[in-house]
Design a protein around this ligand. Structure first.
Ligand code: FPP
Length: 217
């Protein structure tokens, strides 16, 4: 079975640029180009939703120039996107200023009725913070079940997370969709994100299809 919802930790953009003697910001532009290819293949394969980790709460500790470079790539994407995907964000988009938030709101509104793949962008996002916020909201409402709780996460309404892909060689979640990833299959590759492509996605999907998912049973 094809995964309905794939999460991607797009790691290795900075290293990709450094290895070419380029400024790290070039790595983010190349990362977006790779993402476009991967999304095209995901749509062809019948994946419903792709959530990408584009800016974690830990990334706020990076040098100002690098933060600006990532925000610029995302903002340019939001303002120019005119394809058939439905684009949404999760995370504290207001931490990046009014202009950025306006671009996000615009792409979300423009694409809300689109029939294609759902691209969900985690930006200013951290899985622990998301769980804590969901717990506060759920507690306000009183007694709750796992389902009630999950409805308070910022992924509410998305299909269950089936597969998490991480490029760049590290083998950890780094705060990405911690609650949702409980029973997701994990796929790690040493490829740096700008080198990841449609064929690499197919390889990850083939591995997913070969696994027996027992959900603890
Ligand atoms: C981690 O790799 C990746 C990021 C901090 C950001 C990735 C963002 C993009 C590719 C642009 C996203 C586009 C949209 C539309 C949201 P790293 O660069 O920290 O890798 P390193 O480990 O090599 O330093």
């Amino acid at each position: 079975m094809i995964p309905r919802h794939i999460g991607i930790i797009m790691d290795g953009n900075g290293r990709w640029a450094e290895r070419r003697g380029l400024p790290r910001k070039e790595g983010y532009a190349a990362g977006l180009a790779a993402l476009r290819k991967v999304l095209g293949r995901a749509a062809e394969r019948g994946v419903e939703t792709v959530t990408v980790y584009a800016f974690s709460t830990e990334n706020f500790a990076r040098p100002e120039e690098e933060i600006r470079a990532i925000v610029k790539v995302a903002d340019a994407f939001d303002r120019s996107y005119d394809g058939d995907m439905r684009v949404s964000y999760m995370g504290d988009i207001y931490a990046f200023g009014d202009e950025f938030a306006e671009g996000v709101e615009s792409v979300e509104a423009r694409t809300a009725g689109n029939p294609g793949l759902r691209l969900n962008i985690a930006f200013g996002y951290g899985g622990r913070a998301d769980i804590v916020n969901a717990a506060k909201r759920a507690a306000d409402k009183g007694d709750f079940t796992e389902e009630d709780f999950a409805a308070n996460l910022s992924s509410a309404g998305l299909p269950p997370l089936d597969l998490v892909i991480r490029s760049g060689g590290e083998k950890r979640l780094s705060g990405f969709m911690l609650y949702e990833a409980a029973y997701a299959e994990l796929w790690f590759t040493d490829a740096l994100w700008p080198d990841f492509d449609g064929d690499a996605l197919d390889e990850a999907i083939a591995s997913f299809e070969g696994r027996e998912r027992k959900f603890g049973a």
